[in-house]
Design a protein around this ligand. Structure first.
Ligand code: FE
Length: 333
């Protein structure tokens, strides 16, 4: 009797200890590089004492790993970029719904999953860039107009294999329907001055070097390149200001289906949508805070205000397969 009571006490204590330890840490699988996330997690640990462990890799292997771990999950959260990727994770069944009045209040519904499996944390516009030497901003108007005769042999694009372009195409299809969208894509491909590039920086470098006059890139790449080379003869243009607005995508985070520390993970995500974290997280990568009550950095604000497309970003996922097929048909490599 005496022994079993002592054993019970020991067991209770060890269960308590493991619960406390569990709540003191959150594990994040992240496709964002360490420099972009560590300062945010360090600030959280300093504030709460909760440790944030993270593993960094490309999104596809991370998602496969979560899937393979199944119920023996080690990751609580998946942090990645583009609604197209987050939607993929959702489709793989590796995320679980989580609701929070804090997140609902901080992040507009268009930047969250309608099934509550992920939320956006920072925003980036995928917009037009142009040569300040060969293009006047008044020559530009919309993404669609880049398919026109005026731009023959003057356009540079990144590869269709990149999810960013698949998401942009998905929103085109949502807006214009399949037939019209395919015409636009064919127009773009027809207007290419050279083969597609493997990244957004190369698109801007090509414009700067005179290889082409216009392109489409994510805003933070523009910010980084300008930091490195302030003389870059390339500028941002905000298209579609008199209709649907600029295509905006995000970085975001989802709760894994078998997260070992779901409550602690949720608390971290809630904090990441609050002003203190939003400022750090968006600021490091020259992105826009997803919380509209938080101002972007002075540098990002300097690019000027613009009207953003109001489509829910998960459209990027829903129409991803359709977009990939269409890009292929249009000859966008
Ligand atoms: Fe990127």
């Amino acid at each position: 009797m005496q022994v079993s009571k002592r054993l019970l006490t020991a067991l209770t204590l060890s269960v308590l200890a493991s619960t406390v330890q569990a709540a003191d840490e959150v594990v994040v699988y992240s496709s964002r590089i360490d420099e972009l996330i560590k300062p945010v997690f360090d600030a959280y640990t300093a504030k709460t004492g909760v440790k944030v462990k993270f593993i960094t890799d490309k999104e596809a292997p991370l998602m496969q790993r979560i899937k393979a771990e199944g119920e023996h999950a080690t990751a609580d959260l998946l942090l990645t970029v583009d609604a197209g990727n987050l939607w993929q994770a959702e489709q793989m069944g590796i995320l679980q719904p989580f609701t929070s009045p804090v997140i609902d209040a901080n992040i507009p519904a268009q930047y969250r999953s309608s099934t509550h499996r992920w939320t956006g944390l920072s925003l980036r516009a995928r917009t037009i860039v142009y040569s300040t030497e060969r293009v006047k901003p008044e020559d530009l108007s919309t993404y669609e107009a880049l398919a026109g005769k005026d731009w023959e042999g003057r356009l540079c694009l990144r590869t269709a294999k990149k999810v960013y372009n698949q998401s942009l195409t998905a929103t085109l299809i949502e807006t214009h329907g399949a037939e019209e969208s395919e015409k636009i894509l064919k127009g773009w491909v027809n207007n290419l001055s050279t083969d597609v590039f493997s990244d957004d920086n190369a698109v801007m470098e090509a414009i700067n070097a005179g290889q082409c006059d216009v392109g489409i890139v994510n805003t933070y790449y523009y910010g980084r390149l300008h930091q490195q080379n302030p003389k870059l003869a390339v500028k941002l243009f905000w298209p579609n200001q008199s209709d649907r607005g600029v295509h905006v995508n995000l970085s975001g985070i989802g709760l894994t289906r078998y997260a070992p520390h779901p409550e602690a993970a949720k608390a971290l995500v809630e904090w990441m949508t609050e002003p203190e974290a939003q400022k750090i997280f968006a600021g490091i990568n020259q992105e826009f805070p997803a919380n509209p009550n938080v101002a972007p950095s002075a540098e990002v604000a300097g690019w000027g205000a613009f009207k953003a497309d109001t489509l829910p970003v998960e459209v990027a996922g829903k129409r991803q397969a359709e977009a990939i097929r269409m890009m292929d048909r249009a000859g966008w490599n």
